[in-house]
Design a protein around this ligand. Structure first.
Ligand code: KIV
Length: 272
């Protein structure tokens, strides 16, 4: 029997909390456009993340840093128009919240007003505490993001596993507890040792969603284009490919080009 929820009840931040209490795992995927978001929503995904990974996947940038607030709003509103059931979380992009808490609040409010999304996600711990508190006090739910935070890639210098050493692991645990204390409804942990993710998830009451953080967390998130095998160069250990759309699309398009060249498309029955 499938474990996918078939009811049409909307997922809220409270639903996620209930799921953690019951031990029901949370499924989360990225979405950046209307068509893909409708498929994912109908397929039963719990949370859709309009990730700033759109900068890589949709725009072809090397990092997540170039994407703008306006561009995130464009992607966010496209996703929100598609969904009937999933909770939609939009990333606050690099440069839209690090300056000060007023700027952070303005950015979060723009996302909520102009996309219709249900929450925002922000990368970092103690260093962005004031901004998180300010946004939360305006009534905007915040999802935290710790571990490998791609907006800090030039500080890390590499996309390797984070928090392997005791000092960084201790800081991550302190940050996770702080984010919960501030009122974040959930936290993403990216590319950290499974043992540490397990410890964080068991210490926190709010749901912990992992990507490359092992199985002992409350839910999992992947970039949809990676899981579907559309992006075929990205092969980290944590990625399980559920389809090979790169091959399927290439074959379909090659077939189409061939038919056009050979005058086999369109046929008389496909014409008016
Ligand atoms: O932008 C994104 O896709 C993300 C996920 C990898 C968690 O932040």
């Amino acid at each position: 029997m499938s474990a996918v929820r078939t009811d049409s009840k909307r997922i809220t931040t409270h639903t996620l909390q209930e799921m953690k209490s019951k031990g029901e795992k949370i499924s989360m995927l990225t979405a950046y456009d209307f068509s893909m978001a409708s498929i994912l929503d109908e397929a039963g995904i719990d949370v859709l993340l309009v990730g700033d990974s759109a900068s890589n996947v949709m725009a072809g940038h090397e990092t997540t840093l170039p994407i703008t607030l306006d561009q995130m709003i464009y992607h966010g509103s496209s996703v929100v128009r598609a969904i009937k059931r999933s909770l939609v979380v939009v990333d606050l992009p690099f440069g839209s919240y690090q300056g000060n808490s007023s700027e952070a609040l303005r950015s979060a409010i723009r996302i909520m007003k102009e996309t219709g999304a249900h929450a925002v996600k922000m990368e970092g711990g103690a260093e962005i505490k004031d901004s998180i508190i300010r946004i939360l006090s305006a009534g905007v739910p915040v999802m935290g993001h710790l571990g490998l935070t791609p907006q800090s890639i030039y500080k890390f210098g590499t996309y390797t596993v984070r928090a392997k050493e005791e000092e960084e692991a201790n800081k991550l645990m302190e940050d996770a507890l702080l984010l919960e204390q501030c009122g974040c409804f959930s936290i993403v942990l990216e590319k950290i040792p499974s043992r540490l993710a397990k410890e964080v998830s068991s210490k926190l009451n709010i749901p912990v969603i992992g990507i490359g953080a092992g199985p002992h967390v409350d839910g999992q998130v992947l970039v949809t284009h990676d899981l579907l095998g559309i992006t075929n160069q990205f092969k980290p250990r944590f990625l399980r490919k559920y389809a090979d759309l790169h091959t399927i699309i290439t074959e379909a398009v090659t077939h189409y080009v061939d038919d056009v060249k050979k005058k086999q498309f369109p046929s008389e029955s496909e014409a008016y």
